[in-house]
Design a protein around this ligand. Structure first.
Ligand code: BG6
Length: 487
């Protein structure tokens, strides 16, 4: 792997502490970092290098997947990490930073390969990129990469404006947009799964599939993020990005090669085939909800409107369910139901593919059989279950579902951030969100945002600890289906 300098904006923030440093440390332990790797953390706080390294060490102890027991290894890792105080709006701070990076690159005759990782609020992306450009930091003789975290905009218009500001200094192939769901092993598996199993390949189409359900349910509430969340809601926080990315990965036609270009092209095709939801269709196909007080794990919890920092009378959605149609040769007439919510009964991200029931045509008895289900568990535990039917000899030959199951060995599975950061360092953007997809996703979601903002949809409530508003059940009942909760 190429030698590089990794510049981390927001190095004292929560994401850096919980995800980025532990991920990079695990890559170091797994020998996936280049020999001469160096990271410069940037933050507003005045900290000595020793103080900053101590913070990093604490974050490793608290959040690393690999045990942090080898003190010598930790020390060696920390020696690669420096800190600079930087005010993101102060051009002279960038000049100092440039001096520091250039000095080191010359001293060790390192190529000018630079990663700029923005672990900061998206409002700052534009001015940081402008200052990188102005200070010359982003003019390199090697390569440069910009890593940004969602949200990529607040709506279609602001997403386009944000992208235009990034494009002033970085080409599309230099921009790595992290959607951490794309780093989850089972999401990455979706394509391989179909590719490597002719049996599934044959079934992956409207002839056999009755409906597809994609759920991301969380038990946590808004936590301490009301300032951000109350302006975003589930539709922006989860739906526009993670949920639609999972849909694309599942529904895309197999690319010939698993490369960024080909996967990106196939994903775009899914978004282009996604039936546009006009503003007047939103109410019939989308359910929005907000949690009220209830119980999680037996403990009482407050309703969303009572959470600290939430605007009184807030109509922000903490739950959204939608019915989508992909009008292409393989998926036309198959409803895709997507839902995500906070404060639900269980933490579970899963895809359920319900197969059509042919027994009505070839019925031999009056016995009805349960549908075959393929359940792909994305998290928190990764796994897969295939539910088939068999005759039970203990029950007079009654036909009953049996399950074929696979559970991943979680401890040894790299975290999403490890996989994505390693890919980015290699310059592979296959599992990153590309601008085309992001733009098409905003375009699809925009009528929903408009309908929400125009108060055109009822705000359903659901008690914390439930499976969401009842209205979401009716969305499926209309088509003769129901949600598969915990099969
Ligand atoms: C983040 C959202 O992108 O994903 C959070 O901003 C959410 O609100 C989180 O809790 C869920 O991620 P995971 O990996 O725990 O399913």
């Amino acid at each position: 792997m190429d030698a590089m300098t990794f510049v981390l904006f927001g190095a004292t923030g929560d994401l850096a502490k919980r995800k980025i440093f532990p991920a990079i440390y695990n890559l170091y332990v797994d020998r996936k970092l280049p020999e001469s790797f160096q990271l410069i953390g940037l933050g507003r706080r005045k900290l000595t290098e020793a103080e900053f390294r101590e913070q990093v060490a604490q974050s490793l102890r608290a959040f690393s997947r690999r045990p942090v027991t080898d003190e010598a290894a930790v020390r060696d890792f920390l020696e690669r990490i420096g800190y600079s105080e930087l005010n993101v709006n102060e051009l002279s701070d960038y000049a100092k930073l440039a001096g520091r990076i250039e000095e080191r690159e010359q001293r060790f005759t390192l190529p000018e390969n630079r990663v700029f990782y923005m672990s900061v609020a998206p409002e700052l992306f534009g001015s940081i990129v402008a200052n990188l450009q102005e200070s010359g930091l982003s003019r390199v003789s090697g390569w440069k990469r910009l890593v940004i975290e969602k949200p990529f905009g607040h709506d279609l218009e602001s997403a386009r404006a944000l992208n235009a500001s990034l494009a002033q200094a970085f080409e599309e192939k230099e921009i790595f947009r992290i959607d951490h769901y794309l780093g989850k092993p089972m999401v990455q598996n979706l394509e391989v799964f179909e590719y490597s199993n002719p049996v599934l390949q044959a079934l992956w189409r409207n002839r056999y599939v009755a409906n597809v359900q994609i759920t991301a349910a969380e038990t946590v509430g808004v936590e301490s993020r009301a300032g951000y969340y109350d302006h975003s809601g589930a539709v922006r926080d989860m739906f526009q990005n993670h949920m639609l990315q999972m849909l694309m990965m599942l529904a895309m036609q197999l690319p010939k090669h698993s490369t960024a270009e080909e996967v990106g092209f196939k994903k775009r095709k899914v978004m282009e085939a996604l039936r546009t939801l006009n503003r007047e269709d939103v109410a019939a196909n989308v359910v929005r909800g907000q949690y009220t007080a209830g119980h999680i794990g037996g403990k009482p919890v407050a309703g969303y409107a009572e959470e600290p920092g939430v605007n009184p009378g807030s109509t922000t959605d903490t739950y959204i369910a939608a019915r989508l149609w992909i009008d292409d040769y393989f998926w036309s007439e198959v409803p895709f139901y997507i839902r995500t919510g906070k404060r639900m009964a269980a933490k579970s991200t899963r895809i359920v593919i319900e197969f059509k029931d042919p027994s009505d045509k070839f019925s031999r008895t009056n016995e009805t059989t349960a549908p075959n289900l393929l359940t792909i568990d994305i998290g928190p535990e990764a796994g897969m279950t295939f539910r088939l039917n068999m005759k039970n000899p203990l029950k007079n030959g009654k036909i009953e579902p049996v399950q074929i199951q696979f559970d991943a060995d979680e401890k040894n599975v790299p975290e999403a951030y490890e996989t994505l950061i390693a890919d980015m360092m290699r310059g592979d953007s296959t599992f990153f969100a590309h601008w085309d997809e992001v733009e098409l996703a905003w375009q699809w979601v925009q009528p929903i945002l408009n309908a929400f903002e125009g108060g055109e949809l009822p705000l359903h409530t659901y008690s914390a600890g439930s499976n969401g508003p009842e209205a979401a059940d009716r969305l499926l009942e209309q088509d003769g289906f129901h949600w598969w909760h915990d099969e």
